[in-house]
Unconditional design. Structure first.
Length: 215
């Protein structure tokens, strides 16, 4: 069976798995953003605490994905929960690092002007610091998304959702009918999702970044 014929006969399954893959990544990134930006805001003025937070997030990112998924089976079982926890762990570092870097890189004169206008620390953070740091934070979110899109495919090893099911199934049946088609479909699905997410972040950046801050 040719590749186009295979896609035509399995289009419904491929679409379902693609949606599953996108949703689990989107959920994991949303959770990671809340955690990483929150920690970044809490520690960016304290170098020692920031170094500890970045160090822990860096260690999590270096753990081999198969090992982390395996470790999570005992407390969380198979499927969605360990997949989301692992993806969140892998997504933290780029978002946290860019949050800290973005907040530290704001011109002190801008903050001094805000203080002179009587703005509280909270208002400065919400109305000046975070908006100015937003382009860099969004870049970190984009990087984390691309990382987790690939790692999410490996979650099929623990019965996780997404396109990894096609990749693992095809690799496990190499030499059989449609094994290559199955594997290639899963890989191409991840690539297409990466391109779509990248386009989404481009649109979000254009829509949410002030004109003067656009690169």
């Amino acid at each position: 069976m040719s590749f186009p014929e295979y896609l035509d006969t399995r289009s419904e399954l491929v679409l379902d798995l693609t949606i599953e893959h996108a949703l689990v990544v989107a959920l994991s990134i949303a959770i990671a953003v809340v955690i990483a930006v929150g920690i970044g805001v809490a520690v960016y003025r304290r170098p020692r605490a920031a170094n500890v937070a970045l160090g822990v997030a860096g260690v999590l990112l270096t753990i081999p994905s198969f090992a982390l998924f395996g470790l999570l089976i005992a407390p969380l079982g198979l499927g969605y929960p360990p997949t989301v926890v692992a993806l969140v762990a892998y997504a933290l570092l780029p978002i946290m690092r860019n949050t800290i870097t973005g907040l530290r890189g704001i011109d002190p004169a801008v903050l001094e002007s805000a203080r002179g206008m009587g703005m509280s620390a909270r208002r400065r953070l919400l109305r000046i610091e975070l908006p100015l740091a937003w382009p860099l934070i969004l870049t970190g979110i984009r990087i984390s998304t691309l990382i987790t899109l690939g790692i999410a495919a490996i979650a099929a090893a623990i019965n996780g959702p997404g396109l990894g099911e096609l990749i693992f199934s095809g690799i496990g049946r190499i030499g059989a009918v449609n094994a290559v088609n199955e594997t290639v479909t899963g890989i191409l699905g991840v690539v297409v999702l990466a391109l779509l997410f990248d386009l989404l972040y481009f649109v979000v950046r254009r829509a949410t970044t002030p004109r003067g801050l656009r690169a």
